[in-house]
Design a protein around this ligand. Structure first.
Ligand code: C2E
Ligand code: CA
Ligand code: CA
Length: 731
């Protein structure tokens, strides 16, 4: 042994600088291998310094051989050396020392330094360990998994055979620690120890685990030395486990208070010396677990937030899609209710957004209550909700569920003393009958919901393919409406003028203004494609006003080259039935300096007849103001003769549909002839529209039709084109 080979010689005198630096010095007479140590060196080694004493008594047994070999080498050859070894003392536990020797070949005495490198060692180990742990924990997304991995790593890296986490659990009002997350080596049977652990519910202070929990201090256990209070001691012995180490997993909460999340325990089959590696790491392992736990809680919070609708607490659209995907994938049969609240906007508009939000929240609560086990309720956005029924719920039950949702929507909502009422339109899509995936299913249920809306709301409709077509049209209409709005703002509309000519001499008597829409891409959209859509909203009124204004701007030019010409302007029902119309028309014409008599407002026979009580006063007013009114598309059979007499109109335009049959279809010829007669009798000008051929013209002339309009006399043309065309004709 080194102790015998290197007896201690009198100490090297103490040096205050060495004291400060913690620098130990040693020297050795090579011949006798006699060791001299400075006071600092003696202290580092934990030796008392008595001459002939055992200076290496605290060196850890496993490191002794290595140290002895190095010293022997120095003694024999005087080689330079640098080695590390551990010393262990009851007070300070394990420390790492570094012994350095200068080369001493040819010199009788070798000397060198002895330093304490424990801090550096621990830091390096902690870093290495943390690095390994961090790498290990990447991709771990549950706390349980993380703890298991940490235990596993500690055991593998630091040579423990058993590791377990004791987690806090609350049951029956008392808090206990229960064993969770066990990892152990595979080389022996731990089942007895495992079941002993599983059976325990440890209270604070009970056994080493309970002690650790209560005091927050790490504990050591030697299963060989009969330990009172360790219930598992026999099982541990039977499994061959000898040393145990316990330490608390603590974390500091946001308010600075320290909490204990549980206790970690490690056992090894080989007897272990206290303070062997683990204590230095206990804190960082504990911190890591605590950190992981907090990260998991945060992740969970983020995950929940990302899946829920903030206002109602229901699932949001994105997550609902994910759940629908999963349900479709699972392949069961289930129904999807698409729920849209009716009359919700008036609440928002009338009582404010807070009221609207309250209705949504209350409705969501009712929906949650109604949802049968296994159902999923979601808010898709705005006032749209969805309910995914559990798989296997039959159609009768689905009907009942939908009925209950209708009822829940109809039940009054209260907001600050107000009673607010809405209703719901519900569409149901069935998987897999109506759809083969999430997108189709949502589409089907949504389409069915629109059918409910269209049929008067507060209704439930099942998806049907017909409804789907209507739904597409409705969506296309919505798109078109917003495109039209933009078109108006970007000034993408323009007018063409089609001549209305004297049937006998072909002179231009009037022009019909026809609107076109030139899209940004240069394509021109004909009016039948967008006017009917515009008529679905107030947009038609704005478009109508634009037409009149444009006509008023063009009229001076038109009349300069076509003296006395009148312009016919088409009027859609909504713009015409607006009682503001007369006033607004006067405002526009007088602003432009146009005499109202230069305009003829064309109304279709249908519009006038359907709302006769509203139409007649407006017509009368317009005529009083000097405007002319003509009946367009005449002959479709709406007007009775007596009614026609009462209308203040000055012209009739024969629908171009009838001209198509002229002169071969007897019925069409009869209609055209009788309209011409009617006009003559009632002293109304008659215009035949859709005059395309000489045969048309011949027939009309023969029966005395005064005016013609159609591709034969002239197609609709832009202003410049019309003026050029007219010039050409008059040459
Ligand atoms: P409409 O009032 O019956 O207008 C006459 C339509 O017949 C025009 O179609 C014109 O181009 C077409 N046409 C003229 N001569 C012939 C012919 O010989 N053969 C054939 N096959 N067609 C002929 P357009 O310009 O496509 O307008 C279609 C409809 O759009 C109009 O029918 C009118 O109801 C509506 N419209 C056009 N401009 C306006 C407008 O400024 N305001 C409103 N509210 N509606 C408009
Ligand atoms: Ca017309
Ligand atoms: Ca017409």
């Amino acid at each position: 042994m080194v102790n015998n080979v290197l007896p201690l010689r009198p100490a090297v005198p103490a040096d205050p600088i060495d004291e400060i630096a913690g620098l130990g010095r040693w020297s050795m007479v090579r011949a006798g291998a006699h060791m001299s140590l400075s006071t600092v060196a003696l202290r580092l080694l934990g030796a008392d310094g008595a001459a002939g004493g055992r200076w290496a008594g605290a060196v850890v047994a496993e490191d002794m051989a290595g140290l002895a070999a190095v010293l022997a080498d120095i003694g024999e050859h005087g080689t330079a050396a640098d080695c590390e070894f551990r010393v262990i003392e009851p007070e300070q536990g394990i420390r790492w020392l570094r012994l350095q020797a200068l080369a001493a070949e040819g010199r009788p005495v070798a000397c060198g330094l002895l330093t304490d490198i424990t801090a550096v060692k621990r830091a390096a180990m902690r870093e290495r360990f943390n690095f390994a742990l961090t790498r290990y924990l990447i991709g771990t997304d549950t706390f349980d998994e993380a703890v298991y991995k940490i235990i596993h790593l500690v055991c593998e890296e630091l040579g423990w055979d058993w590791g377990a986490f004791w987690a806090r659990e609350r049951g029956g009002g008392v808090e206990t620690l229960r064993c969770r997350h066990v990892w152990h080596t595979a080389d022996r049977d731990y089942s007895a120890f495992r079941s002993a652990a599983a059976a325990l519910a440890i209270r604070p202070g009970e056994g080493p685990v309970g002690q650790t929990w209560l005091t927050g201090q790490a504990q050591w256990v030697d299963t060989g030395a009969a330990q009172a209070g360790m219930a598992r001691v026999h099982a541990a012995q039977r499994c061959g486990l000898q040393s145990g180490f316990f330490f608390p997993v603590t974390y500091a909460a946001a308010d600075g208070s320290v909490h204990c999340a549980g206790v970690l325990e490690f056992f090894s089959a080989a007897p272990r010396q206290r303070e062997a590696q683990l204590p230095g790491l206990a804190e960082s392992i504990s911190a890591l677990i605590a950190q992981t736990a907090q990260r998991m809680v945060q992740q969970e919070r983020v995950r929940v937030l990302a899946q829920t609708d903030e206002l109602t607490g229901l699932f949001n659209r994105a997550h609902f899609h994910v759940l629908l995907d999963a349900a479709c994938e699972a392949g069961g049969e289930f129904g999807l209710l698409y729920i849209d609240l009716d009359q919700f906007k008036p609440i928002n508009d009338g009582f404010g957004h807070a009221a609207g939000n309250e209705v949504l929240r209350q409705f969501a609560g009712r929906l949650r209550q109604l949802a049968p086990a296994g159902a999923v309720a979601a808010r898709l956005g705005g006032d749209e909700f969805a309910l995914m029924a559990p798989a296997g719920l039959g159609e009768a039950a689905l009907d009942a569920l939908a009925g209950a949702v209708l009822e829940a929507a109809r039940t009054r909502f209260s907001y600050m003393g107000h009673e607010l009422s809405v209703s719901a339109s519900i569409g149901i899509g069935l998987f897999p009958r109506h759809a083969s995936d999430t997108a189709q299913l949502l589409h089907a249920a949504d389409a069915a919901m629109y059918v409910s809306k269209r049929n008067g709301r507060n209704l439930v409709s099942y998806f049907s393919p017909d409804g789907d077509t209507q739904q597409c049209a409705a969506a296309a209409q919505l798109l078109m409406l917003s495109a039209l709005q933009d078109a108006l703002q970007r000034d993408e509309f323009f007018l063409e003028y089609q001549p209305i000519c004297d049937a006998q001499d072909g002179s231009v008597v009037a022009l019909e203004a026809l609107i076109r829409w030139r899209k940004a891409d240069g394509s021109v959209v004909p009016p039948d494609q967008f006017i009917p859509v515009a008529e679905q909203s107030r947009l038609i009124v704005l478009i109508g006003r634009w037409v009149i204004e444009q006509v008023c701007r063009d009229l001076p030019l038109l009349r300069a080259s076509l003296p006395g010409v009148r312009v016919h302007v088409n009027m859609a029902a909504p713009e015409f039935l607006d009682s503001d119309l007369p006033r607004e028309l006067v405002a526009i014409t007088s602003a432009a300096g146009i005499d109202p008599g230069q305009l003829c407002l064309e109304l279709t026979e249908g519009v006038v007849m359907q709302r006769i009580e509203k139409a007649v006063p407006i017509m009368t007013e317009l005529v009083r103001l000097g405007f002319e009114i003509g009946l367009d598309d005449f002959g479709m059979g709406y007007s009775s003769l007596s009614l026609l007499k009462a209308l203040p109109v000055s012209s009739l335009k024969i629908d171009r549909y009838f001209l198509q049959g002229v002169p071969h279809q007897r019925d069409d010829c009869a209609v055209v002839r009788s309209i011409i007669d009617l006009g003559r009798n009632m002293k109304l000008r008659v215009i035949a529209e859709g005059v395309e051929t000489d045969a048309h013209l011949g027939f009309l002339r023969q029966f005395g039709c005064a005016l013609i309009q159609g591709y034969l006399p002239g197609r609709p043309m832009p202003l410049a084109g019309l003026l050029a065309w007219n010039q050409l004709l008059s040459r």
